[in-house]
Design a protein around this ligand. Structure first.
Ligand SMILES: *Cc1c(COP(=O)(O)O)cnc(C)c1O
Length: 461
Protein backbone atom coordinates (compact mmCIF):
# COMPACT_ATOMS: atom_id res chain seq x y z
CA UNK A 1 0.00 0.00 0.00
CA UNK A 2 1.46 3.35 -1.05
CA UNK A 3 0.55 6.83 0.13
CA UNK A 4 -0.17 10.01 -1.80
CA UNK A 5 -0.69 13.67 -0.88
CA UNK A 6 -3.97 15.58 -0.92
CA UNK A 7 -2.07 18.32 -2.81
CA UNK A 8 -0.82 15.91 -5.48
CA UNK A 9 2.82 17.02 -5.22
CA UNK A 10 4.64 13.83 -4.21
CA UNK A 11 5.33 10.45 -5.79
CA UNK A 12 3.57 7.57 -3.98
CA UNK A 13 5.59 6.45 -0.92
CA UNK A 14 5.42 3.31 1.24
CA UNK A 15 3.95 3.22 4.75
CA UNK A 16 7.16 3.69 6.76
CA UNK A 17 8.09 6.77 4.74
CA UNK A 18 4.58 8.14 5.24
CA UNK A 19 4.95 7.71 9.01
CA UNK A 20 8.29 9.51 9.05
CA UNK A 21 7.10 12.29 6.72
CA UNK A 22 4.10 13.25 8.90
CA UNK A 23 2.89 16.28 6.96
CA UNK A 24 3.40 15.69 3.21
CA UNK A 25 6.40 17.59 1.87
CA UNK A 26 4.13 19.52 -0.55
CA UNK A 27 2.11 20.87 2.41
CA UNK A 28 -0.75 18.38 1.98
CA UNK A 29 -1.79 15.37 4.05
CA UNK A 30 -0.95 11.75 3.25
CA UNK A 31 -3.61 9.19 2.36
CA UNK A 32 -3.53 5.59 1.14
CA UNK A 33 -3.84 5.23 -2.64
CA UNK A 34 -6.89 3.02 -2.09
CA UNK A 35 -8.84 1.47 0.79
CA UNK A 36 -8.88 -2.29 1.32
CA UNK A 37 -12.46 -3.57 1.39
CA UNK A 38 -13.79 -5.86 4.07
CA UNK A 39 -16.63 -8.23 3.16
CA UNK A 40 -19.48 -9.18 5.48
CA UNK A 41 -18.05 -12.73 5.71
CA UNK A 42 -14.69 -11.32 6.71
CA UNK A 43 -16.34 -9.18 9.37
CA UNK A 44 -18.10 -12.23 10.81
CA UNK A 45 -14.81 -14.10 10.92
CA UNK A 46 -13.31 -11.26 12.98
CA UNK A 47 -15.95 -11.51 15.68
CA UNK A 48 -13.92 -13.80 17.92
CA UNK A 49 -10.70 -11.74 17.78
CA UNK A 50 -9.46 -9.78 20.76
CA UNK A 51 -8.43 -6.14 20.35
CA UNK A 52 -4.76 -6.58 19.37
CA UNK A 53 -5.66 -9.42 16.98
CA UNK A 54 -8.29 -7.28 15.29
CA UNK A 55 -5.87 -4.34 15.22
CA UNK A 56 -3.35 -6.51 13.39
CA UNK A 57 -5.92 -7.65 10.80
CA UNK A 58 -6.92 -4.08 10.00
CA UNK A 59 -3.58 -2.29 10.26
CA UNK A 60 -1.69 -4.95 8.26
CA UNK A 61 -3.97 -4.25 5.28
CA UNK A 62 -2.41 -0.77 5.09
CA UNK A 63 1.21 -1.78 5.77
CA UNK A 64 3.32 -3.91 3.45
CA UNK A 65 6.84 -2.81 4.39
CA UNK A 66 7.09 -4.17 7.96
CA UNK A 67 7.48 -7.95 8.47
CA UNK A 68 4.33 -9.54 9.90
CA UNK A 69 5.86 -10.70 13.19
CA UNK A 70 7.45 -7.27 13.78
CA UNK A 71 4.15 -5.49 13.13
CA UNK A 72 2.35 -7.90 15.45
CA UNK A 73 4.89 -7.23 18.21
CA UNK A 74 4.52 -3.45 17.80
CA UNK A 75 0.73 -3.73 18.06
CA UNK A 76 0.82 -6.11 21.04
CA UNK A 77 3.23 -3.86 22.93
CA UNK A 78 1.09 -0.78 22.21
CA UNK A 79 -2.13 -2.24 23.62
CA UNK A 80 -0.55 -4.14 26.54
CA UNK A 81 -0.28 -0.74 28.29
CA UNK A 82 -4.08 -0.43 28.51
CA UNK A 83 -5.60 -1.22 31.89
CA UNK A 84 -8.85 -2.80 30.60
CA UNK A 85 -8.61 -6.37 29.23
CA UNK A 86 -10.80 -5.39 26.26
CA UNK A 87 -8.70 -2.24 25.58
CA UNK A 88 -11.77 -0.31 24.32
CA UNK A 89 -14.84 -1.86 26.00
CA UNK A 90 -18.42 -1.01 25.00
CA UNK A 91 -21.05 -0.51 27.72
CA UNK A 92 -24.77 0.13 27.48
CA UNK A 93 -26.27 2.87 29.62
CA UNK A 94 -29.90 3.87 29.25
CA UNK A 95 -30.21 2.79 25.61
CA UNK A 96 -26.92 4.44 24.61
CA UNK A 97 -23.73 2.53 23.89
CA UNK A 98 -20.57 4.05 25.36
CA UNK A 99 -17.31 3.12 23.66
CA UNK A 100 -14.72 3.73 26.39
CA UNK A 101 -11.50 4.86 24.74
CA UNK A 102 -9.83 6.14 27.92
CA UNK A 103 -8.17 3.08 29.45
CA UNK A 104 -4.68 4.09 28.32
CA UNK A 105 -2.00 5.73 30.47
CA UNK A 106 -3.19 9.34 30.08
CA UNK A 107 -6.92 8.55 30.29
CA UNK A 108 -7.81 9.98 26.87
CA UNK A 109 -8.41 8.29 23.51
CA UNK A 110 -5.20 9.77 22.09
CA UNK A 111 -3.29 6.95 23.81
CA UNK A 112 -4.81 4.47 21.33
CA UNK A 113 -2.92 6.14 18.50
CA UNK A 114 0.14 7.53 20.27
CA UNK A 115 1.21 4.30 21.97
CA UNK A 116 1.25 2.75 18.49
CA UNK A 117 3.01 5.72 16.89
CA UNK A 118 5.71 5.77 19.60
CA UNK A 119 6.52 2.10 19.00
CA UNK A 120 6.46 2.57 15.22
CA UNK A 121 8.88 5.50 15.44
CA UNK A 122 11.24 3.48 17.62
CA UNK A 123 11.17 0.53 15.21
CA UNK A 124 11.74 2.60 12.07
CA UNK A 125 14.48 4.77 13.64
CA UNK A 126 16.38 1.69 14.86
CA UNK A 127 16.13 0.07 11.44
CA UNK A 128 17.38 3.21 9.69
CA UNK A 129 19.90 4.09 12.38
CA UNK A 130 18.35 7.56 12.68
CA UNK A 131 17.40 9.90 15.49
CA UNK A 132 14.33 12.07 15.93
CA UNK A 133 13.68 15.17 18.02
CA UNK A 134 9.94 15.57 18.43
CA UNK A 135 8.82 19.14 19.09
CA UNK A 136 5.18 19.93 19.77
CA UNK A 137 2.76 22.32 21.44
CA UNK A 138 -0.20 21.12 23.46
CA UNK A 139 -3.19 22.47 25.30
CA UNK A 140 -3.12 19.25 27.35
CA UNK A 141 -4.24 15.90 25.90
CA UNK A 142 -1.97 15.44 22.88
CA UNK A 143 1.19 16.39 24.76
CA UNK A 144 0.67 14.00 27.63
CA UNK A 145 -0.28 11.10 25.34
CA UNK A 146 2.74 11.82 23.09
CA UNK A 147 5.14 11.97 26.05
CA UNK A 148 3.87 8.64 27.36
CA UNK A 149 4.05 7.20 23.84
CA UNK A 150 7.80 7.86 23.51
CA UNK A 151 9.19 7.98 27.07
CA UNK A 152 12.32 5.89 27.40
CA UNK A 153 12.33 5.01 23.69
CA UNK A 154 15.66 4.74 21.90
CA UNK A 155 16.47 7.29 19.21
CA UNK A 156 13.72 9.71 20.27
CA UNK A 157 13.87 12.91 22.33
CA UNK A 158 10.67 14.86 22.89
CA UNK A 159 10.10 18.55 23.70
CA UNK A 160 6.53 19.53 24.56
CA UNK A 161 5.53 23.15 25.12
CA UNK A 162 2.39 23.84 27.15
CA UNK A 163 0.90 27.09 28.50
CA UNK A 164 1.99 27.35 32.15
CA UNK A 165 -0.98 27.01 34.52
CA UNK A 166 -3.52 26.82 31.67
CA UNK A 167 -3.96 23.05 31.34
CA UNK A 168 -6.01 21.01 33.80
CA UNK A 169 -4.08 19.99 36.93
CA UNK A 170 -4.15 16.32 35.94
CA UNK A 171 -2.93 17.10 32.41
CA UNK A 172 0.04 19.11 33.74
CA UNK A 173 1.03 16.35 36.18
CA UNK A 174 0.70 13.64 33.53
CA UNK A 175 3.35 15.53 31.55
CA UNK A 176 5.73 16.88 34.17
CA UNK A 177 5.84 13.71 36.30
CA UNK A 178 7.54 11.89 33.41
CA UNK A 179 11.21 12.31 34.31
CA UNK A 180 12.80 10.02 31.70
CA UNK A 181 15.98 11.53 30.25
CA UNK A 182 14.46 11.77 26.73
CA UNK A 183 11.44 13.86 27.85
CA UNK A 184 11.53 17.66 28.15
CA UNK A 185 8.55 19.68 29.28
CA UNK A 186 8.58 23.40 28.64
CA UNK A 187 5.93 25.44 30.46
CA UNK A 188 5.54 28.78 28.72
CA UNK A 189 4.34 31.96 30.44
CA UNK A 190 1.71 32.56 27.77
CA UNK A 191 -1.15 30.94 25.85
CA UNK A 192 -1.43 27.77 23.78
CA UNK A 193 -1.16 29.98 20.68
CA UNK A 194 2.19 31.36 21.92
CA UNK A 195 3.43 27.76 22.21
CA UNK A 196 2.01 26.79 18.82
CA UNK A 197 3.53 29.87 17.12
CA UNK A 198 7.01 29.06 18.42
CA UNK A 199 6.76 25.44 17.29
CA UNK A 200 5.59 26.55 13.84
CA UNK A 201 8.47 29.04 13.66
CA UNK A 202 11.00 26.30 14.51
CA UNK A 203 9.59 24.00 11.83
CA UNK A 204 9.81 26.92 9.41
CA UNK A 205 13.59 27.21 9.94
CA UNK A 206 14.44 24.52 7.41
CA UNK A 207 18.16 24.39 8.22
CA UNK A 208 17.42 23.96 11.95
CA UNK A 209 14.71 21.41 11.20
CA UNK A 210 17.08 19.29 9.08
CA UNK A 211 20.11 19.62 11.33
CA UNK A 212 18.17 18.45 14.39
CA UNK A 213 15.79 16.01 12.59
CA UNK A 214 12.71 17.69 14.02
CA UNK A 215 9.55 15.61 13.89
CA UNK A 216 5.93 16.23 14.80
CA UNK A 217 3.31 14.10 16.55
CA UNK A 218 0.19 16.14 15.89
CA UNK A 219 -2.91 14.48 14.56
CA UNK A 220 -1.90 14.77 10.91
CA UNK A 221 0.24 11.61 11.08
CA UNK A 222 -1.50 8.88 9.04
CA UNK A 223 -0.51 6.20 11.57
CA UNK A 224 -2.64 7.93 14.19
CA UNK A 225 -5.75 7.85 12.01
CA UNK A 226 -5.05 4.23 11.09
CA UNK A 227 -4.83 3.09 14.72
CA UNK A 228 -8.20 4.72 15.40
CA UNK A 229 -9.97 2.86 12.58
CA UNK A 230 -9.70 -0.32 14.66
CA UNK A 231 -12.10 0.61 17.45
CA UNK A 232 -14.94 1.40 15.02
CA UNK A 233 -14.74 -2.23 13.86
CA UNK A 234 -14.32 -3.47 17.42
CA UNK A 235 -17.38 -1.59 18.70
CA UNK A 236 -19.50 -2.51 15.67
CA UNK A 237 -18.77 -6.21 16.23
CA UNK A 238 -19.79 -5.98 19.90
CA UNK A 239 -22.98 -4.01 19.28
CA UNK A 240 -24.06 -5.91 16.18
CA UNK A 241 -24.30 -9.07 18.31
CA UNK A 242 -27.40 -7.51 19.81
CA UNK A 243 -29.33 -7.67 16.54
CA UNK A 244 -29.38 -6.14 13.10
CA UNK A 245 -30.30 -2.53 13.86
CA UNK A 246 -28.75 0.47 12.08
CA UNK A 247 -25.53 1.36 13.87
CA UNK A 248 -24.52 5.03 14.18
CA UNK A 249 -21.46 6.58 15.84
CA UNK A 250 -21.42 9.90 17.69
CA UNK A 251 -17.96 11.50 17.74
CA UNK A 252 -16.97 14.59 19.79
CA UNK A 253 -14.85 16.39 17.23
CA UNK A 254 -11.93 18.82 17.26
CA UNK A 255 -9.31 18.19 14.58
CA UNK A 256 -11.49 15.71 12.62
CA UNK A 257 -8.96 12.90 13.21
CA UNK A 258 -11.19 10.58 15.19
CA UNK A 259 -14.24 10.94 12.96
CA UNK A 260 -12.11 10.63 9.82
CA UNK A 261 -11.04 7.21 11.13
CA UNK A 262 -14.77 6.34 11.26
CA UNK A 263 -15.15 7.51 7.67
CA UNK A 264 -12.25 5.23 6.66
CA UNK A 265 -13.95 2.29 8.42
CA UNK A 266 -17.17 3.07 6.51
CA UNK A 267 -15.29 3.22 3.21
CA UNK A 268 -13.74 -0.15 3.96
CA UNK A 269 -17.25 -1.55 4.11
CA UNK A 270 -18.14 -1.44 7.80
CA UNK A 271 -21.96 -1.01 7.76
CA UNK A 272 -22.18 2.31 9.63
CA UNK A 273 -25.40 4.30 9.32
CA UNK A 274 -24.35 7.87 10.09
CA UNK A 275 -21.26 9.44 11.58
CA UNK A 276 -22.59 12.11 13.91
CA UNK A 277 -20.08 14.94 14.20
CA UNK A 278 -20.65 16.58 17.59
CA UNK A 279 -19.18 20.02 18.32
CA UNK A 280 -19.18 22.55 21.14
CA UNK A 281 -19.60 26.30 20.48
CA UNK A 282 -16.69 26.03 18.04
CA UNK A 283 -19.11 24.70 15.47
CA UNK A 284 -17.71 25.47 12.03
CA UNK A 285 -18.02 21.78 11.04
CA UNK A 286 -21.66 21.66 12.19
CA UNK A 287 -22.45 24.76 10.14
CA UNK A 288 -20.74 23.07 7.19
CA UNK A 289 -22.61 19.77 7.41
CA UNK A 290 -26.00 21.26 8.17
CA UNK A 291 -25.88 24.33 5.95
CA UNK A 292 -22.86 24.17 3.64
CA UNK A 293 -21.38 27.13 5.53
CA UNK A 294 -17.65 26.63 6.04
CA UNK A 295 -16.58 30.08 7.21
CA UNK A 296 -13.97 30.75 9.89
CA UNK A 297 -14.96 32.24 13.22
CA UNK A 298 -12.93 32.93 16.37
CA UNK A 299 -11.99 30.16 18.78
CA UNK A 300 -14.13 30.30 21.95
CA UNK A 301 -12.72 28.63 25.09
CA UNK A 302 -15.15 26.00 26.48
CA UNK A 303 -15.38 23.23 29.08
CA UNK A 304 -14.41 20.71 26.36
CA UNK A 305 -11.03 22.32 25.52
CA UNK A 306 -9.75 19.55 23.24
CA UNK A 307 -12.51 20.52 20.80
CA UNK A 308 -11.82 24.28 20.83
CA UNK A 309 -10.64 24.37 17.23
CA UNK A 310 -11.65 26.27 14.10
CA UNK A 311 -9.36 24.86 11.42
CA UNK A 312 -9.56 21.08 11.82
CA UNK A 313 -6.26 19.75 10.49
CA UNK A 314 -7.61 16.39 9.24
CA UNK A 315 -10.55 17.94 7.40
CA UNK A 316 -8.34 18.24 4.30
CA UNK A 317 -8.23 14.43 4.10
CA UNK A 318 -12.01 14.31 3.85
CA UNK A 319 -12.13 17.21 1.39
CA UNK A 320 -9.80 15.32 -0.94
CA UNK A 321 -12.30 12.44 -1.14
CA UNK A 322 -15.31 14.74 -1.25
CA UNK A 323 -13.68 16.39 -4.28
CA UNK A 324 -13.32 13.00 -6.00
CA UNK A 325 -9.59 12.75 -5.14
CA UNK A 326 -8.79 15.88 -7.17
CA UNK A 327 -5.78 17.71 -5.67
CA UNK A 328 -6.41 20.81 -7.81
CA UNK A 329 -9.86 21.24 -6.31
CA UNK A 330 -8.30 20.88 -2.82
CA UNK A 331 -5.73 23.56 -3.60
CA UNK A 332 -8.44 25.87 -4.98
CA UNK A 333 -10.52 25.36 -1.83
CA UNK A 334 -7.64 26.32 0.45
CA UNK A 335 -6.80 29.31 -1.73
CA UNK A 336 -10.42 30.44 -1.32
CA UNK A 337 -10.19 29.92 2.44
CA UNK A 338 -7.04 32.04 2.62
CA UNK A 339 -8.49 34.83 0.48
CA UNK A 340 -12.08 34.94 1.69
CA UNK A 341 -12.14 33.06 5.02
CA UNK A 342 -14.49 30.42 3.63
CA UNK A 343 -14.84 27.42 1.29
CA UNK A 344 -17.86 27.07 -1.05
CA UNK A 345 -19.47 23.74 -1.92
CA UNK A 346 -21.83 22.65 -4.70
CA UNK A 347 -25.28 21.18 -3.89
CA UNK A 348 -24.07 17.80 -5.20
CA UNK A 349 -21.12 17.88 -2.83
CA UNK A 350 -23.37 18.70 0.11
CA UNK A 351 -25.61 15.72 -0.73
CA UNK A 352 -22.56 13.52 -0.60
CA UNK A 353 -21.55 14.97 2.78
CA UNK A 354 -24.98 14.29 4.26
CA UNK A 355 -25.02 10.71 3.00
CA UNK A 356 -22.25 9.91 5.50
CA UNK A 357 -22.46 12.59 8.20
CA UNK A 358 -24.94 14.43 10.35
CA UNK A 359 -24.04 17.03 12.96
CA UNK A 360 -25.16 18.80 16.11
CA UNK A 361 -23.59 21.52 18.25
CA UNK A 362 -23.92 21.49 22.06
CA UNK A 363 -23.30 24.60 24.14
CA UNK A 364 -21.59 24.62 27.53
CA UNK A 365 -24.67 24.80 29.72
CA UNK A 366 -26.23 21.85 27.82
CA UNK A 367 -22.94 19.97 28.28
CA UNK A 368 -23.00 20.45 32.07
CA UNK A 369 -26.69 19.57 32.16
CA UNK A 370 -26.02 16.35 30.21
CA UNK A 371 -23.27 15.31 32.65
CA UNK A 372 -25.70 15.93 35.54
CA UNK A 373 -28.77 14.25 33.99
CA UNK A 374 -26.91 11.23 32.65
CA UNK A 375 -25.36 10.67 36.06
CA UNK A 376 -28.72 10.98 37.81
CA UNK A 377 -30.38 8.54 35.42
CA UNK A 378 -27.64 5.94 35.07
CA UNK A 379 -24.98 6.58 37.74
CA UNK A 380 -22.44 6.83 34.89
CA UNK A 381 -20.04 9.79 34.74
CA UNK A 382 -19.35 11.46 31.39
CA UNK A 383 -16.37 13.72 30.79
CA UNK A 384 -17.32 17.04 29.12
CA UNK A 385 -16.14 15.94 25.63
CA UNK A 386 -18.06 12.68 25.80
CA UNK A 387 -21.10 14.57 27.10
CA UNK A 388 -21.14 16.68 23.92
CA UNK A 389 -21.35 13.49 21.85
CA UNK A 390 -23.99 11.90 24.06
CA UNK A 391 -26.19 14.99 24.00
CA UNK A 392 -25.90 15.20 20.21
CA UNK A 393 -26.86 11.51 19.88
CA UNK A 394 -29.88 11.92 22.17
CA UNK A 395 -31.02 14.92 20.13
CA UNK A 396 -30.72 13.71 16.56
CA UNK A 397 -30.16 9.94 16.29
CA UNK A 398 -33.32 7.77 16.23
CA UNK A 399 -33.83 6.04 19.59
CA UNK A 400 -34.67 2.71 17.91
CA UNK A 401 -31.21 2.56 16.29
CA UNK A 402 -27.94 1.53 17.94
CA UNK A 403 -26.21 4.75 19.01
CA UNK A 404 -22.52 4.31 19.87
CA UNK A 405 -20.99 7.33 21.60
CA UNK A 406 -17.22 7.60 21.69
CA UNK A 407 -16.07 8.32 25.27
CA UNK A 408 -12.87 10.23 24.52
CA UNK A 409 -11.64 10.99 28.06
CA UNK A 410 -12.04 9.69 31.60
CA UNK A 411 -14.16 12.07 33.74
CA UNK A 412 -11.31 12.38 36.29
CA UNK A 413 -9.18 14.05 33.64
CA UNK A 414 -11.59 16.99 33.63
CA UNK A 415 -12.74 16.65 37.23
CA UNK A 416 -13.01 20.45 37.72
CA UNK A 417 -15.82 20.60 35.14
CA UNK A 418 -17.50 17.36 36.16
CA UNK A 419 -17.59 18.55 39.79
CA UNK A 420 -19.10 21.83 38.68
CA UNK A 421 -21.84 19.92 36.84
CA UNK A 422 -22.63 17.60 39.74
CA UNK A 423 -22.04 20.01 42.60
CA UNK A 424 -19.92 17.40 44.38
CA UNK A 425 -16.48 15.78 44.26
CA UNK A 426 -15.85 12.94 41.79
CA UNK A 427 -13.88 9.82 42.76
CA UNK A 428 -10.37 9.78 41.30
CA UNK A 429 -8.82 6.57 39.93
CA UNK A 430 -5.62 5.30 41.57
CA UNK A 431 -3.45 6.37 38.62
CA UNK A 432 -4.56 9.98 39.16
CA UNK A 433 -4.14 9.90 42.93
CA UNK A 434 -0.63 8.50 42.51
CA UNK A 435 0.34 11.54 40.41
CA UNK A 436 0.03 13.89 43.38
CA UNK A 437 3.24 13.11 45.28
CA UNK A 438 5.41 12.25 42.26
CA UNK A 439 8.61 14.19 41.51
CA UNK A 440 8.24 16.47 38.49
CA UNK A 441 10.61 18.02 35.98
CA UNK A 442 9.70 21.04 33.86
CA UNK A 443 11.47 24.06 32.39
CA UNK A 444 9.51 27.29 32.87
CA UNK A 445 10.18 29.94 30.21
CA UNK A 446 8.97 33.18 28.72
CA UNK A 447 7.53 32.93 25.20
CA UNK A 448 10.97 33.66 23.74
CA UNK A 449 11.80 31.70 20.56
CA UNK A 450 15.54 32.25 21.02
CA UNK A 451 15.48 30.69 24.51
CA UNK A 452 13.38 27.72 23.35
CA UNK A 453 15.75 27.07 20.45
CA UNK A 454 18.78 27.22 22.80
CA UNK A 455 17.12 24.75 25.15
CA UNK A 456 16.41 22.31 22.31
CA UNK A 457 19.99 22.61 20.99
CA UNK A 458 21.36 21.91 24.48
CA UNK A 459 19.19 18.81 25.05
CA UNK A 460 18.66 17.37 21.55
CA UNK A 461 19.39 13.66 21.02
C1 LIG B 1 -8.39 15.31 20.99
C2 LIG B 1 -9.69 15.10 21.69
C3 LIG B 1 -10.93 15.21 21.01
C4 LIG B 1 -11.03 15.60 19.55
O1 LIG B 1 -10.54 14.60 18.68
P1 LIG B 1 -10.17 14.98 17.17
O2 LIG B 1 -9.52 13.76 16.62
O3 LIG B 1 -9.21 16.14 17.28
O4 LIG B 1 -11.41 15.35 16.47
C5 LIG B 1 -12.09 14.95 21.73
N1 LIG B 1 -12.06 14.64 23.04
C6 LIG B 1 -10.89 14.54 23.73
C7 LIG B 1 -10.93 14.20 25.17
C8 LIG B 1 -9.67 14.76 23.08
O5 LIG B 1 -8.52 14.65 23.76
Amino acid sequence: MNYISTRGGIQPIPFKDAVMMGLASDGGLLLPQSYPSVSREQLEAWRSLNYPELAFEIISRFVDDIPINELKAIIDRSYATFTHPEVTPVLKEDGIYILELFHGVTLAFKDVALQFLGNLFEYILAERNQKLNIVGATSGDTGSAAIHGVRGKKGITIFILHPHGKTSAVQALQMTSVTDANVHNIAVHGTFDDCQDMVKALFGELKFKDEYSLGAVNSINWARVLAQVVYYFYAWLRVNEEGDKQIHFSVPTGNFGDIFAGYVAKRMGLPIGKLLLATNENNILTRFINGGDYSLGNVVPTVSPSMDIQIASNFERYLFHLFCDDPDRVKAAFAELKERGRISFTPAEMLKVRADFCSYSVNQSATLETIRNFHEETGYLLDPHTAVGVKAALEILPSDSARICLATAHPAKFSETVEKALGKAVPLPESVKELQGKPTRCEIMDPDLEKVREFIVAHAG
